[in-house]
Design a protein around this ligand. Structure first.
Ligand code: NAD
Ligand code: UGA
Length: 463
């Protein structure tokens, strides 16, 4: 029997967009996305579809087309689990902040809670799909919990990691490079795999749907993120060498990227990668390697994070040095706070750490971001616990207009590569800044030559 009802636990950046696309492509399947967070569910159900809690280009249109038809958002977790043939677990798996593995291992408490809830509620056989990114061998822990319910219900556990990137989530989901599904090698396991394959086959070509054993699938997700982040840290390492030698990192990236063995993607030097996953997943990989005694493997991957931290810190340090070794009392305008363009997600954004360093030096920061709210910006800073919330409020302001954000500033720091920054009236911005007017372009986004012609002192990354 094919799947008729899907439940997805977790209505976040992955659960929401992924299920919206499944609902759009599979009109015969009823998809219910559940979450404990009532305000998040209320936002997904907001009459005005522009108010859904996640900003992704194209997402509100898809939600509008399916919501109330075969796509539902609800806080009734038990009900949705009970009714579903297939349950996706798409909850957060953050880095542990306590106990064994603190600061390294993935915190699996939300995953375990889901497994226990499914075990408690399920009355008929179900396929449970790991959509969250998990340490290799988590499926065996989930299976252990589910197999000890004593109520005779049979569970199959699949691993189906998500590879979407924020800002391009919808495009990535509609045309994925591949879909990866791992399952048991038993006959029952293979049948479960085929049921999930059949769902994706509604829009993904069969040859792009890969099936593997569960462990390969779980580990492939961590590996993919580690490789992607490693490329960014590698090019960022070269950016520092470029600055010392007169080479230009953009030219170096182009030259090496044309080698088809290297490829041109993910070679954009920046103020450092952010986002909820790269750091978390590499730390997790490092922890797993260490737990098997593979210290060289662990050290190798840890260096990717060390390099990234260095890149963020050296960006802030360069601002301070260039502004004559003091930023105390100087206004610095931040363009961008999100960890990349086209998203309102700020988790682990480099902007947070650069702001923290500059606030330590008593700079006065004024932030403009087209999609990030003031509350979120203060939440991010307060979360670091470097200062009291009152001190953060005293040192940083948020402006909803880029021109007033830059008014009377000593410097502008570009932290996110929002396209609109390129189209600003830079002459007008220059005229209202203090001179010399500095721009620190952490994304190599702006037109250096044009800005220098206006009179700006421009510094990008890696040249
Ligand atoms: P998120 O924090 O945006 O969403 C997770 C949601 O799960 C939250 O709304 C939370 O309230 C809910 N939740 C937690 N425990 C719950 C429970 N017991 N019952 C019901 N709801 C519960 O997280 P996310 O960014 O969507 O990431 C989810 C997973 O997907 C993570 O493992 C992440 O590594 C992985 N992932 C994320 C991305 C991305 O781009 N964000 C991409 C690929 C994979
Ligand atoms: C990343 C992966 O690209 C996804 O495949 C994966 O599913 C996801 O993590 C996840 O597991 O969460 P995401 O973090 O949303 O996606 O965005 P990316 O496009 O990978 O960018 C991550 C960070 O690296 C951003 O801060 C970005 O600005 C930075 N970056 C990216 C660079 O500095 N240079 C580059 O060349 C590319």
């Amino acid at each position: 029997m094919s799947i008729k009802k899907i439940c997805c636990i977790g209505a976040g950046y992955v659960g929401g967009p992924t299920m919206a696309v499944i609902a759009q492509k599979c009109p015969d399947i009823q998809v219910t996305v559940v979450d404990l967070n009532e305000s998040r569910i209320a936002a997904w159900n907001d009459e005005n579809v522009e108010n859904i809690p996640i900003y992704e280009p194209g997402l509100s249109e898809i939600v509008a087309s399916c919501r109330g038809r075969n796509l539902f958002f609800s806080t009734e977790v038990d009900k949705a689990i009970d009714e579903a043939d297939m349950i996706f677990i798409s909850v957060n798996t953050p880095t542990k902040t306590y106990g064994v593995g603190k600061g390294m291992a993935a915190d699996l408490k939300y995953i375990e809670l889901c497994a226990r809830q499914i075990a408690r509620v399920a009355k008929n056989d179900k396929i449970v799909v790991e959509k969250s990114t998990l340490p290799v061998r988590t499926a065996s822990a989930i299976k252990d919990i589910l197999d000890h319910t004593g109520n005779g219900v049979q569970f199959q556990i699949l691993s189906n990691p998500e590879f979407l990137a924020e800002g391009t989530a919808v495009a990535d989901l509609l045309a994925p490079d591949r879909v990866l599904i791992g399952g048991d090698t038993t006959e029952e396991g293979q049948k479960a795999i085929q049921k999930l394959v059949a769902i994706y086959a509604n829009w993904v070509p069969q040859e792009q749907i890969l099936t593997t054993n569960v462990w390969s699938s779980e580990l492939s997700k961590l590996t993919a993120n580690a490789f992607l982040a490693q490329r960014v840290s590698s090019i960022n390492a070269m950016s520092e060498l470029c600055e010392k030698t007169g080479a230009d990192v953009n030219e170096v990236a182009k030259a090496i990227g044309m080698d088809s063995r290297i490829g041109s993607k993910f070679l954009k030097s920046s103020v450092g990668f952010g986002g909820s996953c790269f750091q978390k997943d590499i730390l997790n990989l490092v922890y797993i390697a260490k737990s098997y005694g593979l210290n060289e493997v662990a050290d190798y991957w840890e260096q990717v994070i060390i390099m990234n931290d260095h890149q963020k810190r050296r960006f802030a340090k360069n601002i301070i040095q260039t502004l004559y070794n003091t930023v105390a009392g100087k206004k610095i305008a931040f363009l961008g706070w999100a960890f990349k363009k086209d998203t309102n997600d700020t988790r682990e954004s480099a902007a947070i750490y650069v702001a923290d360093d500059l606030l330590n030096e008593r700079a006065e920061i004024c932030v403009f971001d087209p999609k990030v709210s003031e509350d979120q910006i203060f939440f991010d800073l307060d979360y670091l616990e470097t200062r009291t919330p009152a001190e953060n409020k005293a040192g940083l302001q948020v402006d909803d207009n880029p021109y007033s954000a830059a008014d009377k500033a000593h410097a502008i720091a570009v932290l996110t590569e929002w396209d609109e920054f390129k189209t600003y009236d830079w002459q007008r911005i220059y005229d209202n800044m203090l001179k010399p007017a500095f721009i620190f372009d952490g994304r190599n986004l702006l037109d250096k030559e044009a800005l220098e012609k206006i009179g700006f002192v421009y510094q990008g990354i890696g040249s």
